[in-house]
Design a binder for this molecule. Sequence first.
Ligand code: FES
Length: 565
Amino acid sequence: MTDIKVIGIDNGLTNYGDKDFARFLRRTFARSMGLSQDMLNKPIIGIAVTPSDFNSCHRGMDDLADAVSRGVLAAGALPRVFPTISLGEVFLNPTSMMFRNLMAMDTEEMVRAQPMDAVVLIGGCDKTVPAQLMGAVSAGLPAVQLVTGPMMTGRHKGQRLGACTDCRGFWGKYRAEEIDKEEIQQVEGRLSVTTGTCAVMGTASTMACIAEVLGMSLPGTAAIPAVHSARLLAAEESGKAAVALLQNPLKPADIITRESVENAFRLIMALGGSTNAIVHLTAIAGRLGIKVSMDRLNQISDETPVLVDLKPVGEGYMEDFYNAGGVGAVLRELKHLLHLDTKCIDGSTLRQRLEDPIEWVDRKVIRCFEDPVSKVGGLIALEGNLAPKGAIFKRAAATESLFETEGRAVVFENLQDLANRIDSPDLDVNADDVLVLKNAGPKAAGMPEAGYLPIPKKLARAGVKDMVRISDARMSGTAFGTIVLHIAPETAAGGPLAAVRNGDRIRLSVANKKIELLVSEEEIKQRLEDITPVIQPKRGYSALYQRSVLQADEGCDFDFLIDTK
Ligand code: FES
């Protein structure tokens, strides 16, 4: 535990060469906001908000900020709301992933530069929570994470719809010509019907649960729907918790430890959570020099059953998860596998939290340990000559009959090549082939969610629902299929994926946790020597990103931001 000096408005005075003048000047301008001297003498809680007309998932931000402010005031401190950039997943080009580190830097620098004693961070959409946690870790101030919460489901012809697993399901039907244009347009208006994050256990929901199990959010708050009154109460309590942190000064580094990170990896497995969460948690932990090896990840996965029956792995939606008991109910099932002395921002330990009995659990949604959805965890790391630094595979969302596959490679050199040829009637492809996408990794393309390669139209029309697909890209947390992702090193960093040619044989073995190119090592080496990685020169932030981004196994953080201890 570290000492925190509460300084309030005089924190980090602007440099004018005269401290007393800087203090006087700051207070003068603060008084222009109608703040009394009494208020200016209180501790200050910053409230980082991320509203944007380009971020539908954060539409309820103003109400949340008001409720946090109410909690801060009630606890005797002065709330100060400030903006950082916002990342609305589907509104960003080329991909929101490219801007996660920018938002993390924005958050870190604004928390550090402005006068505050603690901060409440309000995020929700996929990249925003990891960015805020990365920034908070590096800023080193006491911090509370509050999420906007998941959206509610819609209805179409009696069927429940939730963004965005059902977006993909219906788009697949449209591509296969099972539904027509009129119906897909009806569905478009019925998928995302309230504010909040995607309604399934996608990346945003997984990250919300991670923030809770890490101890950075208040217990029980991850899954509260965005439009539920309990979400506002959680916001008010988060404001109070930030003030309480001034008396019981826990910094993020006291809360995010190797043990709490392992708990978080375990929870991801039990949730059947998003593959993206592996990258983000790796980046958050990396800020503190914490690294969980692929072997340890696989050990955790093999020991931890999937307990939560939510889309994209199962049937339910986040509103069901909340009503079923939420993160607390899952953690109680995993108790014997968890590190229980980890701390929460409210000062309690996980052990104390789990000692309290839980009122009720809906076992249709959150299974008990002995009766899981699947006996092993949702995600595994793969190794092999195609992925010397690893790859990620979501076995819980894959087709079991494809777990042991050897197939012919059908190669797409980049995203444009994929777009140009995937639906071509002339494409030489069969259902038992392996689709390979190159040059979609962090340096080449910002690592977009392009790993969910569409099934070629002619195969989709013939009823093919799934194929083995491999790439250095990511995949949406709401997606599903037999898909190998995050291959590291990526094509553009000289990884062996660059050496794959049409017609090569590729072997996926989930049992052995291997992804292999069945070509001799000498041949692979020779092919790689003949290739010059294609990286277009960039300017501005893109250039910084391309130069400094690390590979997926290091969380795609920037090399100059990770802990170098
Ligand atoms: Fe924001 Fe899915 S688009 S959480």
